[in-house]
Design a protein around this ligand. Structure first.
Ligand SMILES: Cc1cc2nc3c(=O)[nH]c(=O)nc-3n(C[C@H](O)[C@H](O)[C@H](O)COP(=O)(O)OP(=O)(O)OC[C@H]3O[C@@H](n4cnc5c(N)ncnc54)[C@H](O)[C@@H]3O)c2cc1C
Length: 476
């Protein structure tokens, strides 16, 4: 790999920062990751990543990229207890009253808690000889050249006091907060425009121990209910014997209870009978954690006409989407794949502009999927963009077809997993399958309704007897 510089600093050792360090280590003599938390030796949740206590699905594209960044990663995770699952064969995914057809796609997925994923990524990054981790250290500001056109380092505070750390490149992976926009203010640059939609969701989660086979042959269960008030449940088997993470989600003011009994009741009301029974016999092994998520957020750095060189904002600081669709870690990995290409193609030359421009279409795809799914919720008003409204209208037919047709289900799953572009659903053969599937679903609903009515008339006749029935009709 071409050498670009002597020292790169990454701020933040979450998934974004760790993956950035992996990519930078190919091009800089030294990479220092600065993290304000005391990082645990094992897969424990920590203060700086409070979302780690909630379900963290790893989308197929994210899993594939982790394997590319760290060859052997999947095997390492499985050996350490992560759950191997047959996608979609062992994934029970229900949305808006539809269950995706459970067929094997030939693809193996990985399920683990967020601390487990982060721990193994951290181990791999720390095994890279030119990467150093400096935890319990908070970055409080950037240092620049005299004209403030180039960032030349950061100021770090730790127990020993403050220190300036020089760098050819500073990558800020500090999460969703506005650290880079604040730095831009101080340096006299414009802030990026922020876009987002209010989604107002509350996550409540706990780890639970359930009896073996609690989900039958499934490894995960996801249920999204759209009727007001919209609610969702995710129950994923994770590392550890009979251990699961149970996340309950309330939208639009609905809050799953935080007390253990109420929490389990809320879950039981959503779960199918066999899971309900298993939950009743199960045991919460952690407290119930809460995360309030107000709005999707995108910072449009690609639209700025001035930005200091030697600095990049990545990860959730660039885009942070509704966690419901499980995209965050995967988007962070996609960003780093783009950074890898940008560094290989042009080094630090005009890096910020090239990176933000190249990453925008990748973010667009995930963003649109999120916006479409959010806009289908009854408490979110119709989207101003007609194209999004059309996509929202198409969602129900797609889900109806995906319930019966394994090809539609597998394609939809790949699109949601970011391994296939949404345009895959517009292929003529898929459109035909969706049309047939949706028509069949509508016909089945009409038939069931007709049978229900006929049954009511039949029951009426049986209860009263034909003569009384005739008399009743005559009286009318
Ligand atoms: C409730 C919830 C559920 C989610 N579920 C999923 C899911 O199912 N699947 C999925 O892929 N993604 C999910 N996500 C998103 C995912 O967690 C993030 O997108 C992903 O972790 C990338 O985050 P990041 O590295 O940019 O930031 P973070 O993970 O927030 O890490 C930022 C790091 O920077 C450190 N830091 C901050 N400021 C400083 C400073 N000044 N100096 C030094 N260090 C600093 C913090 O301590 C922290 O370690 C979820 C998010 C939430 C909120």
């Amino acid at each position: 790999m071409a050498r670009i510089g002597e020292h790169a600093v990454v701020v933040g050792a979450g998934m974004g920062g760790l993956l950035a360090a992996r990519v930078l280590s190919d091009h800089y003599d030294r990479v220092t990751v600065v993290e304000r938390d005391a990082l645990p030796d094992g897969p424990q949740a920590r203060r700086g990543v409070p979302q780690g206590r909630h379900v963290h699905g790893l989308l197929p594209r994210g899993k594939d990229l982790l394997e590319e960044f760290f060859p052997g990663f999947e095997a390492q995770m499985r050996a350490a207890g992560a759950i191997d699952c047959d996608v979609l064969g062992e994934v029970n995914f229900q949305m808006a009253g539809r269950t995706l057809a459970q067929v094997s796609t030939g693809y193996r997925g990985l399920q683990a808690s967020r601390p487990h994923v982060e721990h193994h990524v951290r181990q791999r990054v720390l095994s890279i000889p030119n990467v150093t981790l400096r935890d319990r250290s908070q970055v409080s500001g950037v240092i620049t050249n005299s004209s403030a056109t180039r960032v030349t380092g950061v100021t770090v505070h730790d127990a020993g006091g403050a220190e300036d750390l020089g760098a050819d490149l500073v990558v800020a992976a500090t999460g969703r907060g506005a650290i880079v926009p604040a730095w831009l203010d101080i340096l006299g640059y414009p802030r990026p425009r922020e876009e987002g939609t209010t989604i107002d969701i509350v996550y409540r989660s706990a780890f639970v121990e359930l009896e073996p086979g609690a989900l039958g042959t499934d490894k995960s269960l996801t249920i999204g209910v759209r009727e007001l008030p919209p609610r969702a449940l995710a129950l994923f088997a994770v590392e550890g014997r009979n251990r699961y993470v149970l996340t309950l989600i309330g939208h639009a003011g609905e809050q799953p209870p935080a007390d253990p009994a109420g929490f389990l009741d809320f879950a039981a009301a959503l779960a199918p009978p066999h899971v309900r029974a298993a939950l009743r016999r199960g045991e919460l092994i952690t407290d119930v954690a809460t995360f309030r998520y107000k709005a999707n957020l995108r910072r449009r750095y690609e639209r700025l006409d001035r930005f200091p060189s030697g600095l990049l904002a990545v990860g959730d600081g660039l885009c942070s989407f509704s966690p419901v669709y499980g995209q965050g870690m995967t988007i962070a990995a996609i960003q780093m794949r783009v950074l890898q290409r940008c560094l290989a193609a042009g080094g630090e030359r005009d890096l910020a502009r090239r990176f933000y421009t190249a990453v925008t279409p990748e973010i667009d795809i995930a963003w649109q999927l999120t916006v479409i799914a959010d806009s289908a919720m009854p408490h979110v008003g119709p989207h101003p963009d007609p194209a999004i409204r059309v996509a929202v209208a198409a969602l129900d037919p797609v889900l109806a077809a995906a319930e019966r047709d394994p090809v539609v289900a597998a394609t939809l799953y790949r699109v949601m997993g970011l391994t296939q572009r949404p345009a895959a659903l517009l292929r003529p053969d898929l459109v035909a399958r969706i049309g047939v599937g949706a028509a069949r679903a509508a016909a089945e609903v009409a038939l069931a309704e007709a049978e229900r009515r006929a049954g009511r008339i039949g029951g009426f006749v049986a209860a009263l007897g034909p003569a009384q029935c005739l008399a009743a009709v005559k009286r009318r």
